[in-house]
Design a protein around this ligand. Structure first.
Ligand code: ZN
Length: 181
């Protein structure tokens, strides 16, 4: 459960990271920063902060902030009706972000999941994104990501975001309640 106090602390901290990244947002957007804690009550490890710029029936753009070590839990964006699942491009603006995708072979990295959550992080292929680097995740592909030691600011460009249909590996996370990316 996200308390008002934790929300406000996280919101102010996120504004600071956006400033470090040189990302300018309006006062109205500062007041509408969302804090996702995925109902896990462990926001230092599982969580992120986000500003939604646009989300229409066709496209979506967000700014994501991850404090040092914060992780977005593993999920995928499945097809909905006749629409393919959401396609996402992540572009790092500040710090480092480690993006994990399904491994093609058993030689992939492993053991990077947040401590205590290992069963729910199956993707082990790691892609490191530094400022100016980006990666596009195809629809319906499992993925998760975490920030490096300095935290991270990441721009997300995607097709329509429909959080309620997202599928999480951890059954404790309910898509209908989670703010997702
Ligand atoms: Zn996603």
């Amino acid at each position: 459960m996200l308390t008002k106090e934790v929300y406000e602390q996280s919101r102010l901290r996120a504004i600071n990271y956006l400033e470090r990244a040189g990302v300018v947002i309006t006062d109205a957007e500062k007041n509408e920063i969302q804090v996702a804690e995925y109902n896990m009550d462990d926001i230092e490890n599982i969580g992120l902060e986000l500003v939604v710029y646009v989300n229409t029936e066709r496209c979506c753009a967000k700014e994501l902030v991850l404090f040092p070590g914060q992780t977005c839990p593993e999920h995928r964006h499945p097809p909905v009706g006749n629409e393919q699942g959401k396609e996402e491009t992540f572009r790092c603006r500040y710090g480092e972000v480690y993006l994990y995708l399904p491994a093609e072979d058993s030689a992939a990295l492993s053991g990077d999941a947040p401590s205590g959550y290992e069963d729910f992080f199956t993707c082990t292929k790691r892609i490191v994104l530094r400022p100016g680097e980006q990666y596009t995740i195809p629809p319906d592909t499992l993925h998760w990501f975490r920030s490096g030691p300095e935290g991270a600011v990441v721009s997300e460009f995607s097709t329509r975001s429909r959080d309620e249909f997202d599928v999480y590996t951890d059954p404790r996370i309910s898509a209908s309640q989670a703010r997702t990316v």
